[in-house]
Design a protein around this ligand. Structure first.
Ligand SMILES: [Zn+2]
Length: 134
């Protein structure tokens, strides 16, 4: 197996672009598919922006604390898994399907919610997380 390392080509979408953080996590078609699927699953509405803006945006939302934490965790998981997919492709030549990544992330988030579902904060955001866990 021959792995070609080429900095001017994104290994996830094959576009000829500089592999910047902005491309990899925001503009890339692969990241867009993951993000759209997760936004659809969580029924939250956040515009695709640079990563540090997203955290600011979450902070400013009039959401309950638990929901903010879940959405921030969702974003963190997304960045982690896209980075992993990029590294697997780049260094192992293994292509991770975006749909498998989405499944993995939703499973992780549901697992986390399950651990905290009896907390007061979670009870206050029940409708939000019940929607994710059913
Ligand atoms: Zn790309």
């Amino acid at each position: 197996m021959k792995i070609q390392v080429d900095d001017s080509k994104c290994c996830l979408c094959q576009d000829t672009v500089m592999e910047t953080n902005k491309h990899l996590f925001v503009d890339c078609e692969y990241a867009t598919k993951v993000r759209d699927a997760l936004l659809c699953w969580s029924k939250i509405n956040l515009p695709a922006r640079e990563l540090n803006n997203i955290l600011e945006l979450i902070k400013k939302k009039h959401w309950k604390k638990f929901k903010k934490e879940v959405v921030a965790a969702l974003w963190g998981a997304m960045v982690y898994h896209i980075w992993k997919a990029r590294n697997w492709k780049q260094f192992k030549g293994v292509s991770l399907q975006y749909s498998d990544i989405v499944k993995e992330i939703t499973r992780e988030i549901v697992g986390r919610i399950d651990m905290y579902k009896d907390s007061k904060r979670a009870i206050r955001s029940r409708s939000f997380w019940q929607n994710l866990c059913t």
